[in-house]
Design a protein around this ligand. Structure first.
Ligand code: ADP
Length: 930
């Protein structure tokens, strides 16, 4: 029942279904209702990672090395954990620069270099060819096997004719045709293929379901579940080894290197870059893919070991290739439908890979290899062609055919020598060479074009020598002595034991040497070099992509002049006139609905045109094309640096602003406290005024009262009359004194007082004031002692003001010395460059609490209502102002009941001679008394 025609029919029906899905997907995309705009489709499309290597090869690998098949899935799982940063950055960069392939990415990063783009393309094509061969091998093998249903016979490849006599060749050509139909029906500026992505996602579902169906059938249909299979396997000695780490399943070095390799492969395989980056419609899809994709990998791996063990137990004599167990087990169990499903699943896995991979490679080959060369051949006059879009499509289609033919040739030459997995690992090792240039390129601004070129070349050559050539040697297409004795028989050059490095498997060995050469050259040369302006600007755009706000950042690095018509004409040639006009109209619309005519060919438009072109012919060619129609004024490194500096200046400016606002804040604080002080002063002023008026009212009241008495009683006797008049006079005097003092203090405080500074001999001041107060002392019956040294230096001060201070202190001393043996000592002395005056009494004293407040205005100690001392309370305040005006200090030391000492100091006039008094007799200590 499972005849050849049924199988072929089913296969074509399946591919037809894929086309239908792709067609529907494209239609929906054109209508603006994308079916792939969801994270699940995105994650499923990433599963294009799982090819027939996974579908057939994992079981084969597990049958020989147990869980050694796992690192290939561990790596991507680990890498997915870093996607939110690394992949996000790559996607952003690619979107901003319209990057359409990995070659374009590297070329663009290192200054839009044709040379690098071409190099990457060559490495990618040669490196991936074995991987495509792997798919061809899987399809052709599985096809041959299922054709023989229900017999299980391994196909005999020996002596098969090449090309037209070999059904594998037809398979390759059919795949080429599919790919051309899928991927190059028309040209798209963004290189996005929504329909294709939908079909790939569908294929991922099919291959997963098919594999799980076989897995369930083997585990639960043929055996009694997981435990049953594993239990039975442990009874067979050589199977037990498969279930243990180490030994057959590979040592830790192998595990580590395979994990590392597959971490790089999931990022840098051209088809992974295509689905993950180029076909990405929304970078938020990444967030879900980070866990959905590893989940898919887990699901497709669950049944690998059971199928492998089941196969080994079912075909114990080794006559059936373990790579075919997924297909041969259902066949052996007479399950035609399941076998067909398995075949379709394998076909799904293989076609999905081949289609996406060749589309990615053909885009690269066209944009980064063929077009740059053609454009350089001036005699082709490509510049004058009105529409190049057909040529571009032709080149891509040709490239697809060439790549599949190359895959076929590799399959023919080397395919038989290796198991599926080993072929795949050769390709993994090749694309791993992109790692340093890309990872370095997006995180390190210092990486240069020359460094990247040398690194890539060196790594690629090592790969060629240690992996690709040996694969030919093992297949007999190169002398086997190349492997066993090294090139030219030189032992150190043995390709798989280079420079005598023993003990590593060939993949780890290649990885070690190629990475050493690659990273060494890349980093070493980059460090030795200074990058050019173009490289520098691209490096900044790439490395800082997450910091830039708009995709238009690129246009900042361009300056020149162009015409809209020239740009339009250029674009028309590559995109076709209609598409070009549409694109410009869209652009004009985004610029506030301008008409095409009103568009200015500014840096933004030039950048826009370039990025449109880049989508079609690659960034390096686009750059060259744009350069042909615009007059560009190249930016020097200095200018690029200036542009970059601007950004840092903006930063610095905002920092300045911040500082300014800090200053403002502290100024505000100062202002606030000044204001508070002002309010305080205002309050003090109010207090002062109310105190002054209060002080004035007292004498005024008594003057008025006594005047009225005198006025109302003209017959008052003369004695009474003169007594009352005396009071009036005394109170008037007190009033005058008070007003004078208030005015005086106000003047001093406001700074408008007049000061007559002169050389003063303090002894004279003292003598004059003693004379002035002698009457008071006599009235109070207080003894006054004066201690004055023989010679004293002069001081610079106002004589009258010092008199005022002395009079105040002396009269206070006399006033508050109300006791029979009252005594006041005045001492003049020289102390530390100052002149010191002490007026000490043995009067009532001042309590510590009052000692400071007596210097305030209107402050008198004691209950001022009942026993108000004579005086205004302004004397000490004025005295302190005077002394401090001359740079001195006035203070009091006192104890209640024993007396007070008022002291002040005044600075001695610099260079003043000692004055020896000629009136020394007068100033001798003595007693002034009544
Ligand atoms: P007044 O003109 O009232 O004396 P002052 O400013 O000269 O004003 O003195 C303020 C207050 O300081 C006095 O009222 C008194 O209470 C106190 N005081 C000043 N000198 C002495 C002193 N030698 N002994 C005790 N108290 C004093």
């Amino acid at each position: 029942m499972l005849t050849g025609s049924t199988i072929v029919l089913a296969s074509f029906a399946y591919v037809g279904l894929l086309f239908a899905i792709a067609y529907y997907g494209d239609k929906r995309a054109d209508a603006g209702r994308s079916i792939i705009a969801n994270p699940y489709i995105y994650a499923l499309s990433l599963a294009v990672y799982c090819t027939s290597w996974t579908f057939y090869g994992s079981v084969g690998r597990a049958a020989t090395s147990g869980i050694g098949f796992l690192p290939i899935y561990l790596g991507p799982t680990l890498m997915a954990a870093l996607w939110w940063y690394v992949m996000l950055k790559i996607i952003r960069i690619s979107k901003a620069n319209r990057i359409t392939s990995i070659a374009d990415f590297i070329a663009s990063r290192y200054g839009k270099s044709h040379m690098l783009g071409g190099l990457v393309t060559i490495i990618a094509v040669i490196g991936v060819v074995p991987y495509i061969a792997l798919q061809l091998k899987a399809i052709s093998t599985s096809f041959s096997i299922i054709l023989k249903y229900p017999e299980v016979v391994m196909p005999d490849k020996a002596g098969a004719p090449l090309f037209l006599g070999d059904n594998t060749f037809y398979i390759a050509m059919l795949l080429a045709a599919f790919t051309i139909l899928f991927g190059t029906r028309h040209l798209d500026a963004t290189e996005r293929h929504e329909g294709l992505v939908a079909a790939i996602a569908f294929e991922s579902v099919v291959k997963l379901l098919a594999f799980m169906a076989v897995g369930l059938f083997v585990t639960f249909g043929m055996y009694g579940g997981f435990t049953d299979i594993f239990d039975r396997a442990t009874e067979i000695p050589h199977l037990t080894a498969l279930l243990m780490l180490g030994g057959e399943s590979g040592n830790y070095t192998t595990w580590a290197s395979l994990t590392f390799l597959s971490m790089l492969a999931i990022m840098f395989l051209p088809r992974q870059f295509q689905v993950a980056v180029v076909e990405n419609v929304d970078e938020r899809h990444l967030n879900k893919a980070i866990w959905l994709f590893p989940l898919y990998l887990l699901a497709i791996n669950v049944f690998v070991l059971p199928i492998a063990l089941g196969g080994l137990m079912h075909f114990p004599n080794g006559g059936v290739d373990a790579d075919t167990f997924v297909l041969t087990l259902p066949m052996a169990q007479q399950q035609p439908l399941l076998a067909l499903l398995a075949f379709i699943g394998g076909l799904s896995a293989a076609t999905g890979m081949v289609i996406v991979e060749t589309i990615a490679l053909s885009t690269m080959a066209c944009n980064d290899l063929v077009m740059p060369v053609l454009l350089r051949m001036k005699w082709l006059r490509l510049n004058e062609q009105p529409d190049l879009s057909r040529l571009l499509l032709g080149i891509r289609r040709g490239a697809i055919v060439v790549i599949l033919v190359l895959g076929y040739i590799y399959f023919y030459l080397a395919g038989e020598a290796y198991a599926l997995v080993s072929i795949g690992l050769i390709s993994f090792s090749a694309v791993a060479q992109f790692g340093p240039a890309i990872i370095g390129g997006i995180f390190w601004k210092g990486g240069t074009r020359t460094g990247a070129a040398w690194g890539l070349s060196a790594g690629f050559l090592v790969w060629l020598y240690t992996l690709l050539l040996p694969s030919f040697a093992k297949s007999g297409w190169l002398p086997i002595t190349f492997l066993s004795q090294g090139m030219f028989g030189i032992d150190l050059l043995k390709p798989q034991q280079l420079f005598g490095l023993h003990g590593l498997d060939d993949i780890t060995h290649c990885l070690f040497w190629s990475m050493l050469a690659n990273i060494g050259c890349y980093a070493g040369i980059s460090l030795l070099q200074r990058s050019s302006a173009a490289e520098h600007s691209q490096a900044t755009l790439f490395v800082d992509v997450l910091k830039q706000s708009s995709a238009a950042a690129g246009s900042r690095f361009w300056r020149g002049s162009a015409s809209v018509d020239d740009l339009l004409a250029l674009l028309s040639r590559f995109l076709g006139p209609e598409r070009a006009r549409d694109a410009f109209t869209v652009y004009a619309g985004s610029r506030g609905g301008k008409t095409l005519q009103a568009l200015a060919a500014d840096a933004d438009l030039v950048h826009y045109a370039e990025s449109l072109l880049a989508g079609t012919i690659g960034s390096a060619s686009a750059r060259a094309m744009i350069a042909s129609v615009v007059r560009e004024e190249p930016l020097g490194i200095d200018e690029v640096m200036t542009i970059i500096d601007e950004a840092s200046q903006v930063l610095a400016y905002s920092r300045q602003l911040e500082q300014k606002s800090h200053e403002l804040e502290s100024a505000t604080n100062e202002l606030r406290s000044a204001n508070q002080r002002l309010q305080e002063l205002d309050r003090l002023k109010d207090d002062f005024i109310s105190t002054v008026t209060h002080e004035l009212r007292t004498p005024l009241t008594s003057i008025r009262a006594f005047s009225e008495i005198l006025n109302d009683n003209p017959q008052l006797d003369p004695a009474q009359r003169s007594k009352f008049l005396g009071i009036v006079i005394k109170e008037s005097e007190r009033l005058t004194r008070l007003i004078n003092q208030v005015l005086d203090l106000a003047k001093i405080e406001s700074g408008s007082a007049e000061w007559h500074s002169g050389d003063i001999d303090m002894r004279e001041v003292l003598e004059d004031s003693v004379t002035a107060v002698s009457q008071i002392f006599r009235d109070q019956n207080v003894m006054l002692n004066i201690n004055v040294p023989e010679a004293l230096p002069l001081i610079a001060a106002d004589r009258d003001r010092l008199m005022q201070v002395m009079l105040n202190l002396l009269s206070n001393a006399a006033k508050f010395c109300e006791r029979p043996d009252g005594r006041v000592n005045v001492t003049l002395a020289q102390e530390d460059g100052t002149l010191r005056v002490d007026v000490a009494d043995n009067g009532i004293g001042i309590s510590p609490a009052d000692q400071e407040i007596i210097f305030d205005k209107f402050r008198q100690v004691g209950d001022t209502l009942t026993q108000k001392p004579k005086g205004s309370g302004l004397g000490l305040a004025i005295s302190r102002e005077i002394i401090s005006h001359f740079g001195g200090r006035l203070w009091v030391t006192s104890a209640v009941g024993t007396g007070s000492t008022f002291s002040f100091t005044l600075p001695i006039k610099a260079g003043s001679k000692f004055q020896v008094s000629n009136q020394s007799a007068k100033s001798k200590p003595g007693r002034i008394s009544t």
